[in-house]
Design a binder for this molecule. Structure first.
Ligand code: SF4
Length: 450
């Protein structure tokens, strides 16, 4: 820097820590928003007596939290309330479920270091306050706050969101699935979904298969409705796709792939509820007469209609989506060209990996995997997770090259987020990708048929 301090006297350490804390608080806010809505959806489903697809998951979470109840619905409401109560605590009161969700020795270390998070929403709020003009100037204090936010975001925003989704939407089942543009079938009215809040689609998913709704598609000239996955919500639907075989065609691709998916011309409507609904899809949607509906205004697009989703309004919201999709299909299919690259994607991407499904696959114990690592057949496990990247060569180039290099060295890769979308579309999650692995890892994959 030209001067050692800013005009207010803040030094470089303060500025860097302040900017980091602000970014971390914003990121945490996003994922806490998701778990809050997910818990509210679970509570509403429990109160209404709606059917859960993940009965075992419900029992598992209830046991983990020490929750009892006369019926699964009562337990679901109590689980949701336990989550929401924690989220809404003030910052000086520690969240209660952290101890039940965390790895015990790690929890003890966090406790020793004073890193246990208070109410997750308050943590975000205070992170924003601290990083505002001329408030906190202690870099260590702000960096410790980043760690606390990391704990609440990871355990609540990510782990808990998944556990609650397992209850409402069904648990992941390991299976081969279709990915890429071959998931878009022009004979159907295609609704592409973008976002992260899968539990907002529980009603729509089932409704699209009802006979009266399929009839409406047929009257418009289509064979029915299909949901096409894109971004993280597509990834999540794919993970649980065993429970939605009829209506969900597969995961077309990640955030940046959404532009190309729309450019095929065969998507009629986009329903968004969170990131990453790129602003870049707006002009494409306008040009190709694709309607856009947003059901959570945190991700409101300038050209999208806004239909706020609450579980109590699920029927009118689904009806609005269906009516708009039919209208768009009728208005655009005669005038918009369709061009779906036939070779894009594949039909046998292995999906449905969760802690539970993977352990089952291994015979109910982690020992086979641990033994393979101990014997050196697998040299280790690397997580390649997160959003897709445009740097270092272009869309997904970095992650694809990195994963090829890792598997060549007999290192198994665990992937999540939009980086998975790129890896699966280029075929790295197919059994055939074993041919690109080093000799030991290849032998393991071929033996297990994965
Ligand atoms: S992984 Fe990242 S890029 Fe993809 S939808 Fe989620 S936040 Fe967006």
């Amino acid at each position: 820097p030209k001067t050692p301090k800013g005009i207010c006297g803040a030094d470089a350490d303060t500025m860097v820590a302040r900017n980091l804390l602000r970014a971390v608080a914003a990121g945490s806010g996003c994922y806490i928003h998701i778990v809050e809505n997910t818990a509210r959806n679970l509570r509403a489903m429990g109160e209404s007596g709606a059917a859960f697809k993940g009965a075992k998951a419900l029992e598992r979470v209830a046991e983990l939290f020490g929750i009892t109840g006369a019926t699964p619905h009562e337990k679901a409401v109590k689980i949701a309330n336990a989550v929401l109560s924690d989220l809404y605590l003030p910052r000086d009161e520690k969240m209660k479920l952290t101890a039940k969700l965390a790895y015990a020795p790690r929890y003890a270390k966090w406790q020793e270091l004073g890193l246990l998070p208070g109410g997750a929403k308050s943590e975000v709020f205070d992170g924003v306050v601290k990083s505002s003009t001329n408030l906190n100037s202690d870099p260590v204090n702000m960096l410790l706050n980043c760690l606390t936010l990391g704990i609440s975001t990871g355990l609540y925003g990510l782990t808990l969101t998944n556990l609650l989704n397992d209850i409402m939407l069904g648990e992941p089942v390991i299976r081969p699935a279709a990915v890429g543009f071959k998931t878009i079938d022009p004979r159907y009215i295609n609704i592409m979904i973008t976002g992260h809040q899968h539990s907002c689609f529980t009603h729509l998913q089932d409704r699209l298969l009802d006979a009266d709704i399929v009839d409406r598609a047929r009257q418009a000239g289509a064979e029915g409705f299909r949901l096409v996955g894109c971004t993280c919500v597509g990834q999540d639907l794919q993970l649980r796709g065993e429970h939605y075989k009829e209506v969900f065609t597969g995961h077309a691709g990640n955030n940046f792939t959404s532009e190309a998916a729309l450019a095929t011309g065969a998507i009629d409507l986009v329903v968004s509820e969170f990131n990453c609904t790129l602003p870049g899809i707006e002009p494409i949607a306008d040009t190709l007469k694709i309607k856009m509906i947003c059901i959570d205004d945190v991700a409101k697009k300038a050209n999208a209609a806004y239909e706020p989703y609450r579980f109590a309004d699920r029927e009118p919201v689904s009806e609005k989506i269906i009516a708009s999709a039919v209208e768009a299909y009728k208005a655009r299919r005669d005038s918009v060209g369709i061009n779906i690259p036939a070779e894009h994607g594949n039909d046998d991407t292995i999906t449905g990996i969760s802690e539970v499904s993977l352990k089952d696959f291994l015979g109910g114990s982690w020992e086979p995997l641990v033994n393979l690592i101990a014997s050196g057949d697998i040299k280790g496990v690397v997580g390649v997770v997160g959003c897709s990247s445009m740097v270092s060569g272009g869309h997904d180039v970095l992650t694809v090259d990195l994963v090829k290099e890792l598997i060549k060295r007999d290192i198994i890769v665990l992937s999540a987020g939009c980086s998975s979308g790129g890896l699966e579309n280029v075929g790295l999650m197919r059994p055939a990708a074993a041919a690109l692995a080093g000799p030991s890892l290849r032998a393991v994959c071929e033996k297990l048929g994965i």
